[in-house]
Design a protein around this ligand. Structure first.
Ligand code: SF4
Length: 583
C-alpha cells in the first residue's frame, strides 16, 4: 500500500519544547535525587506519558501533599492563581507554557484590565481554556458552537479569541454570528499557525488519498479535530492511538492512504503506523512487486544490506590504496558488521521507539538472529585466524571492546563523581565508536596480514572510512533524535543539536573531499581518489535530503538511500578497475 505522510504530522513546537524541558530536568534531577512533577498530564498522549513515567516523571493532578521538587507547567499553561499556589508551596517551577499560549494569555489579560468581556472559542473543560479563563478577571465566556452565542449575556465591549487548536472554519463561523450580535467586537484569531497548517494539510491530503489514518490520543482535542476535518472531507477516516488498532482488513480495500497525527503524537508512534500500513497489501496488488518489497524489507531489517555495504566500502578502500582486495578481509568485514549490528539490537534501549518495525522483526526472530550473530562472530574469528595471529588478536580486541561498550565498567561508588558507568554513557560515543570500529575493520585489519604494514596511506584511509561511516551513523542519529532523547541516549544530535550536527557533517565531508583531492598528489592514493569525490557528493545529497525532508527520514527508502553510498563507492571502484585494465 502507498502511504502519504503529512509533513506537519507530529509534535508541534510547543509540545516539543515542553518535552525537551522536562527531559532535561530529569537528567539534572537524577544527580540531585529531586523529583520532577508535571501539573496534569504533560501532553495528551498515553504512550508518551508512560515513557516519561519510566524516566521518573510523576504526574500531579492536585497540588496538595507535595512541597518539594520541580513542577513542570505544561504547554497548555495554567491560571495565575494556581501559579501563585505553587510558588507559595516552595516548589520550583519549570515553565513549559507554549509561547503561543502565553501570547493569548497576555491578550486576554490586557483587554480584561481595560474592561472587555472575553469570549473564548474552544472547549470549556480543556486545560488550555481553563488556563486562559484565569487571565480574564472572571470576564470569560466559552463558546464551542454557533448556538452557544445566543446564550451569551448582553455585553458592550467584547474580545474574541480562539483556543490555539481550534478548527479555523468553526472559529470563522462563530465569529460571523458574534459580529452580528455584538457589533463592537474585537476579534483576535489566536489559532496557532502549527494548528492552521496541520488542518490545511489534512484538507489537501484528503483529496489525494483513498482513506486517512489519524494517529494520536483519543482525548487529544487537536487530534480529534484532525479526524473530524478528514471525515468532513469525505474520505473514510481511521483514528488510531497505536499501530495495533489498525484494521488491516478494512484498510486492504485502499491503495493509497494518507497519515497525519496530532501535535502531541511522537514520531515513533507515527512510524509504527506508517510501517504497518506499508505492510498491508491492497486486495488488487500483483504478487511480484509484493515479493520484491518483502525481500527488500528483509534485507534492510536483517542488517544484511548494511553488512554488504561495508564489504563494498572495503573493496573501494583497497582500490583507493592500490592493493589487491582480499576475500578473507571482505568476509571478516561482512561478518563483523553484521554481527555487531544484530547483537547491538538486543541492547539498544531506544530501538523500540526509533525503529519499531526492526525491533519487532528482531523480537519475532529472536533466537535465529541471536544465533546468526554469535555464529558470525565465530566465523569472523575463524577467518581472522586464517589471516594470521596479528589479525586474530586485533579482531578479538575489537569484539571485546564492542562487548564492553554496553557493560558497566565503573563501580557504583564512583558513579556520583564520574556520572559514566559504561563506555556507552560517554556523550556522543555511539557514533564515534561505530565509525571507529568500521574504520579499524575495513582499513586497518587487512594491513596486519603477514605483519604490520601500516603506512601514511593507511592513516588517510582510516580517516576516509571514519568520515563516511560517521556521516552515515550521524544521519540515522538525526532521524532517531526524538526517541533517543526520551530514553536519555546522548548521541551527537542530542548533545549538540540538530543544526550543529548538520553543519558538523558538512564540514567533515568537506575535509574528506580535500583529503581525497590532495593525497593522490603525494602518491599515497590511486587516482580512484578523484572518483571517490562522487561519494562525498552522495553523502552531501543524503544530508540535504534529510534536512529538506525530501523523503520521509524514518522510511526504509531513506535508510536504503543512506546505506547505498557504500555500494556506490564499490561500483565506482569496479568501474575504475575496469577502465584501468583497458587503458
Ligand atoms: Fe503551542 Fe500551537 Fe503547539 Fe498549542 S498547538 S502547544 S499553541 S505550538
Amino acid at each position: 500500500m502507498k502511504v502519504k505522510v503529512a509533513r506537519t504530522a507530529g509534535f508541534c513546537m510547543g509540545v516539543r519544547k515542553a518535552l525537551e524541558a522536562v527531559l532535561a530536568a530529569t537528567t539534572e534531577a537524577s544527580a540531585t535525587k529531586e523529583t520532577v512533577y508535571t501539573y496534569g498530564p504533560l501532553i495528551h498522549n498515553n504512550q508518551v506519558l508512560e515513557v516519561l513515567e519510566a524516566r521518573g516523571v510523576r504526574c500531579l493532578e492536585e497540588l496538595d501533599g507535595t512541597d518539594s521538587g520541580r513542577i513542570a507547567i505544561r504547554a497548555h499553561g495554567i491560571p495565575p492563581q494556581e501559579r501563585r499556589i505553587i510558588k507559595e508551596k516552595g516548589l520550583k517551577i519549570l515553565d513549559a507554557t507554549c509561547p503561543r499560549v502565553a501570547k493569548v494569555q497576555g491578550i486576554i489579560k490586557k483587554h480584561a484590565l481595560r474592561g472587555y468581556e472575553v469570549v473564548i472559542v474552544g472547549d470549556d473543560n480543556h486545560a488550555e481554556v481553563l488556563g486562559l479563563k484565569g487571565f480574564s478577571n472572571n470576564r470569560a465566556h466559552v463558546v464551542s458552537k454557533m448556538e452557544d452565542v445566543q446564550t451569551l449575556p448582553p455585553m458592550e465591549r467584547v474580545l474574541v479569541v480562539a483556543q490555539t487548536t481550534q478548527d479555523e472554519a468553526i472559529f470563522n463561523e462563530i465569529v460571523e454570528v458574534l459580529q452580528k450580535r455584538f457589533p463592537e467586537v474585537i476579534v483576535r484569531n489566536t489559532i496557532c499557525d502549527s494548528t492552521h497548517n496541520r488542518q490545511q494539510e489534512v484538507r489537501s491530503l484528503s483529496k489525494e488519498v483513498e482513506a486517512m489514518v489519524v494517529v494520536g490520543g483519543r482525548h487529544s482535542a487537536n487530534t480529534r479535530r484532525l479526524a473530524d476535518i478528514a471525515m468532513a472531507s469525505g474520505v473514510p477516516t481511521f483514528h488510531v492511538e497505536t499501530a495495533d488498532e489498525l484494521d488491516r482488513k478494512k484498510l486492504s480495500a485502499f491503495r493509497v492512504v494518507g497519515v497525519t497525527a496530532g501535535a502531541s503524537t511522537p514520531n515513533w508512534l507515527i512510524s509504527r503506523v506508517v510501517r504497518q500500513l506499508e505492510t498491508i497489501e491492497p486486495e488488487t496488488a500483483h504478487p511480484l512487486p509484493r515479493i520484491l518489497r518483502r525481500f527488500f524489507r528483509f534485507l534492510m531489517e536483517s542488517n544484511l544490506y548494511v553488512a554488504g555495504g561495508a564489504c563494498c566500502l572495503g573493496y573501494a578502500t583497497a582500490v583507493l590504496e592500490g592493493v589487491k582486495p582480499r576475500g578473507l578481509a571482505a568476509a571478516i568485514t561482512f561478518l563483523y558488521v553484521f554481527a555487531m549490528h544484530v547483537l547491538n539490537r538486543y541492547t539498544d534501549r531506544a530501538a523500540h521507539l526509533n525503529d519499531p518495525a526492526r525491533a519487532g522483526f528482531y523480537e519475532r526472530h529472536l533466537i535465529p538472529f541471536a544465533v546468526a550473530g554469535i555464529v558470525s562472530v565465530l566465523l569472523a574469528v575463524g577467518c581472522a585466524a586464517l589471516m594470521g595471529l596479528e589479525v586474530l588478536f586485533a579482531l578479538v580486541v575489537m569484539i571485546a571492546l564492542g562487548l564492553l561498550y554496553s557493560i558497566r565498567i565503573v563501580p557504583e561508588i564512583w558513579l556520583s563523581a564520574v556520572r559514566v558507568s559504561k563506555l556507552k554513557d560517554i556523550p556522543a560515543s555511539k557514533t564515534v565508536f561505530v565509525a571507529g570500529a568500521w574504520s579499524a575493520v575495513i582499513a586497518l585489519l587487512p594491513k596486519l596480514y603477514g605483519g604490520l604494514h601500516v603506512r601514511l596511506s593507511t592513516i588517510c584511509l582510516l580517516l576516509v572510512v571514519f568520515v563516511l561511516v560517521f556521516v552515515r551513523s550521524a544521519i540515522f542519529d538525526l532521524v532517531d533524535i526524538q526517541g533517543d532523547r526520551f530514553v536519555g541516549e546522548e548521541t551527537v544530535p542530542v548533545v549538540i543539536g540538530e543544526k550543529r550536527t548538520i553543519k558538523l557533517l558538512l564540514h567533515l565531508i568537506l575535509l574528506m573531499a580535500i583529503l581525497l583531492t590532495v593525497v593522490p598528489l603525494y602518491g599515497l592514493f590511486t587516482f580512484f581518489s578523484y572518483l571517490m569525490l562522487a561519494s562525498c557528493a552522495y553523502a552531501i545529497f543524503c544530508v540535504y535530503t534529510y534536512n529538506r525532508k525530501l523523503m520521509r527520514p524514518d522510511s526504509l527508502a531513506f535508510e536504503a538511500l543512506v546505506e547505498s553510498n557504500f555500494y556506490f563507492a564499490g561500483i565506482l571502484a569496479l568501474l575504475y578497475q575496469v577502465l584501468a585494465a583497458r587503458l
